[in-house]
Design a protein around this ligand. Structure first.
Ligand code: NAD
Length: 420
């Protein structure tokens, strides 16, 4: 059913809950409650463009669940942003925060737009107006945005500034992933990619695959993919392929990651004529390369029943949210491919976002060592917990992670009770 039509991420997220809830033997009413979003806001708003015209944009902010704490989740700027995608991404945030046992619920937001075709001024205007539109939902005690696809620390700075103007005083804790100069945390920018590396390293140790010399393939070279690739390279692995939205480069002897990323920054493209770093490949070919570790770090629904049978990696460490569909999961599991699921592999971002928020609320600054030690401790502990559920219950790693996350949210719901 998944082939031929656009895969709906919310269907994937909902099916995942059903699989884990069945295993947990959750009460049907409770199961329905945790599947639903708590609050969803759709806004259509005008933005003044550079040519003097007014353009209407559509944006969303979704709070999936706030049982365990304030809602937390990124803001995405992409042409494919829609309500169902946002709801799925918000749901995954809820389970992710629970897997790493951080006192947050899940949220997500975004604007349907093509940021690559907008000037910095247009992006600023759009961000400020969008912040104004969702200001009634966000706040350091209620819902805290962060960067996601095609948003960055500068966008977070504009959100923080607009929200602070509305309040009449500076509110750094309203967003995480801010520039350091505005109360951002050391280590936040690297956190998600570093977390992908740490959890993949745990998986490799479990499977007795040495990281040194391991062949790694990375789809996407943004915040998550680019940084994960650098950590793998630093640890002695061979990054043999990396891509962006236009395609990838492949060199079976191993790429020079820094040069590839430099090329991307300079020419906005990895495939740069004359650079000759490797052979050009498509994103589809890249996923099927012979390698030890595959890191999808771009968008959802990249691994489907169409290509799951052709994937040759031994480990898939999911930097992206929702890169694998439920049917593909089954195929990969049957083929013995070990998955570090998104809600564990990319949880380094929300973990250091939490550290940033705590520092903002307490008006304290932690040093890099403190942040790194805490991050590594949390991710290693979470990996061990998920692995032990997987071995004990004889389920794949995704189901185990969902059982841990959903189980924690279900227990918190039971303890709080249903009002009145
Ligand atoms: P980013 O904007 O920094 O980078 C996105 C990358 O994906 C770019 O290299 C882009 O060229 C590439 N890309 C876009 N469309 C593509 C396509 N169709 N095929 C291949 N590559 C494509 O975004 P990011 O923050 O690195 O986010 C990447 C993924 O990681 C997303 O799924 C996001 O939700 C997830 N994630 C991000 C964070 C975070 O802290 N930024 C945290 C957790 C999860």
């Amino acid at each position: 059913m998944e082939q031929g039509k656009k895969i709906n991420s919310l269907d994937v997220a909902t099916k995942q809950v059903d699989i884990a809830a069945e295993r947990l033997k959750l009460d049907p009413g409770l199961r329905e409650k945790i599947k639903q979003t708590k609050l969803e806001l759709t806004v259509h708003f005008p933005v003044k463009m550079d040519d003097g015209s007014i353009k209407i944009f559509t944006g969303y902010r979704i709070q999936h669940n706030t049982t365990r704490g304030p809602a937390k989740g990124g803001i995405r700027y992409h042409p494919d942003v829609d309500l169902d995608e946002m709801k799925a991404l918000a749901m995954w945030m809820t389970w992710k925060a629970a897997v790493v046992n951080i006192p947050y619920g899940g949220a997500k937001g975004g604007v349907q737009c093509n940021p690559k075709q907008m000037s910095p001024k247009e992006l600023e205007n759009m961000t400020r107006r969008f912040t104004w539109e969702i200001a009634l939902m966000i706040g350091p005690d209620r819902d805290i945005p962060a960067p996601d696809v095609y948003t960055n620390p500068q966008v977070m700075a504009w959100i923080m500034d607009t929200y602070s103007i509305l309040k009449g005083y500076s509110v750094p804790g309203v967003v995480t992933g801010k520039p350091l100069e505005l109360g951002g945390s050391l280590g936040r920018y690297e956190a998600t990619g570093k977390g992908v590396f740490i959890t993949a390293q745990e998986a490799a140790a479990h499977l007795k695959i040495p990281i040194e010399g391991a062949r790694v393939v990375v789809q996407g070279c943004g915040n998550v993919g680019g940084i994960a690739a650098q950590y793998f390279e630093k640890a002695g692995a061979k990054v043999i392929a990396i891509s962006d939205s236009k395609g990838g480069i492949y060199n079976k002897k191993g790429l020079n990651v820094a040069s590839a990323l430099e090329c991307k920054t300079k020419y906005y493209c990895l495939i740069t004529p004359g650079a000759r770093m490797g052979d050009e490949i498509t994103n589809e070919e890249l996923l099927e390369l012979d390698c030890d570790i595959l890191v999808p770090a771009a968008l959802e629904n990249q691994i489907t029943p169409k290509n799951a049978g052709k994937i040759k990696a031994k480990i898939i460490a999911e930097g992206a949210n929702g890169p694998t569909t439920t049917e593909a999961d089954e195929i990969l599991h049957d083929r013995g491919i070990f998955i570090v699921p998104d809600i564990l592999a990319n949880a380094g971002g929300v973990t250091v976002s939490y550290f940033e928020w705590v520092q903002n609320l307490q008006e304290l600054l932690w040093n890099e060592e403190e942040i790194s030690e805490r991050l590594i401790r949390i991710l290693k502990k979470s990996f061990a917990e998920v692995l032990s559920i997987s071995l004990r219950e004889k389920v794949d790693m995704r189901t185990a992670a969902l059982m841990l996350g959903i189980g924690r949210v279900a227990e918190a719901t039971r303890l709080r009770g249903i009002y009145p």
